[in-house]
Design a protein around this ligand. Sequence first.
Ligand SMILES: Cc1cc2nc3c(=O)[nH]c(=O)nc-3n(C[C@H](O)[C@H](O)[C@H](O)COP(=O)(O)OP(=O)(O)OC[C@H]3O[C@@H](n4cnc5c(N)ncnc54)[C@H](O)[C@@H]3O)c2cc1C
Length: 483
Amino acid sequence: MERYDVAVLGGGLLGCFMARELRRHPLKVALVEAREDVCTGISRANTAIVYTGCDTKPGTLKTRLCVAACKGFGDLCRELGVPFARRGSLMVSYGPNADQTLQRKMIQGMENGVEGLKLMSGRAALEWEPGLAPGVSSALYAPDTGVTDPWELCYAAWENALANGVTPWFNAPVTDLLPEHGGWRVVTLRGELWAAAVVNCCGLHADQVQELAAPPTVRITPEKADYLILDQGAGHYVNHVIFHEPEEKGKGLTMVPTLDGKLLLGPSEQPGVGSLSATTEAGLAKLRQLAAQVAPELDLELTIRSFAGVRPKPYNVVRAQSIHDFTVTNPARGLWSLIGIKTPGLTCAQALGAWLAPQVADQLGKGELDSTFRPERKAPVRPRELTREARAALVARDPAYGRILCRCGGITEGEVRDAIRRGAVTLDGVKRRTGAGLGRCQGAFCGDRIMALMARMLGVPPEDLQKDGPGSRLLTGGRHGEG
Ligand SMILES: Cc1cc2nc3c(=O)[nH]c(=O)nc-3n(C[C@H](O)[C@H](O)[C@H](O)COP(=O)(O)OP(=O)(O)OC[C@H]3O[C@@H](n4cnc5c(N)ncnc54)[C@H](O)[C@@H]3O)c2cc1C
């Protein structure tokens, strides 16, 4: 049986950063993931916002980590080669109740240490954002709110963890955790490993995984979140991230101008879950209704895709109450669980890792730093971001960077090849790493070419290729002339 100092369970944003941060110490680390790749769970579908920390309660772990993480996010993204832009955000209100909420958030934000917050008149907000419906009564401006690429962030954390020696255990759903020889025998469907410590970052299933080894303390209730994406160009409809604070109870509309020029609308708030990725009709209808109300000139015909995420809502079963802070439990010696880490979990993923990893390392008596750790990761080459001369030189070195596969996004064969080398094994794995298939045609033009390339490079028959993991084979039936 392979032996490790720490087994990190779950390869979402939290698990990947946890594994990376653990490697700052002289620890042998494994990342144990149920699926074939990282970034297939909650981290796959979110709003891509880097929050400042003015929205969360003072004095909580969530707030402390969020405020610090937001300030350092630019440095983190530079280190890992991840795109990031401080777009700034405007939280807008249309009436006295929401005005009061904004004033409360302004005071709370200042108490939390968020810098640059400014309460503005509705008129001033409309000058900045003329596309919003008239009648804005006030706005809270947060200049440091950012937008990133959550997929790239997760892959970057994982690639850096891997480069620093973390061992991947993919296709290995954990089915049992047994205390053994002062550590844990981790039983998976792929085999067993032993680790002196276990950090459970299993997202929507973190409660169930903890209960393999300890009595229940926190349970997760899943809650659906629907989104709409509008095509490139629609991102110019607004100049900032817009948070619409509704006058009545409920969730308003969030509008995010994404890094590739699209506009993201959402998330809705729908109880229940259904399948992980299925949208709900009610949630999408609510988004359209809110968009018509808050952004009346926005052309919803530009919608190219809808998708859904799932929030892991945590509930303390011991105290019988909802939880509003990040929950990190230590229910048995050498076992930690991060349970129900909702927004701003993307913003705080690295900070959570950096906060917990030294505690784990200390308990194992290995709190010192490992001088061989390298925090930088080399970002993939994006030819469309290069100068004409640099692009020509790149194509001369590797002609695959001169062959466009995805016409909508201008993404080349070279980028797809690189993504496969970096670990993509499904069509969506390529999409999330390169952006191929994210444009207006949604892969209608490039899908089969990418599949042919994947089959060749991975050495698998095209019929075995999956869109996004088990149960999503892309081709069915037989070959022409067979059977
Ligand atoms: C709708 C929505 C919008 C959000 N928007 C934002 C935002 O704009 N900004 C922000 O800061 N935060 C945001 N967040 C929060 C952020 O996305 C999450 O906190 C973060 O992605 C959680 O990552 P994770 O690693 O905990 O979970 P996941 O990404 O789900 O990773 C868990 C992993 O564990 C694996 N796993 C599960 N069970 C097992 C098992 N038995 N054995 C092995 N592996 C297992 C899963 O396959 C999965 O890969 C949003 C969240 C949601 C839901």
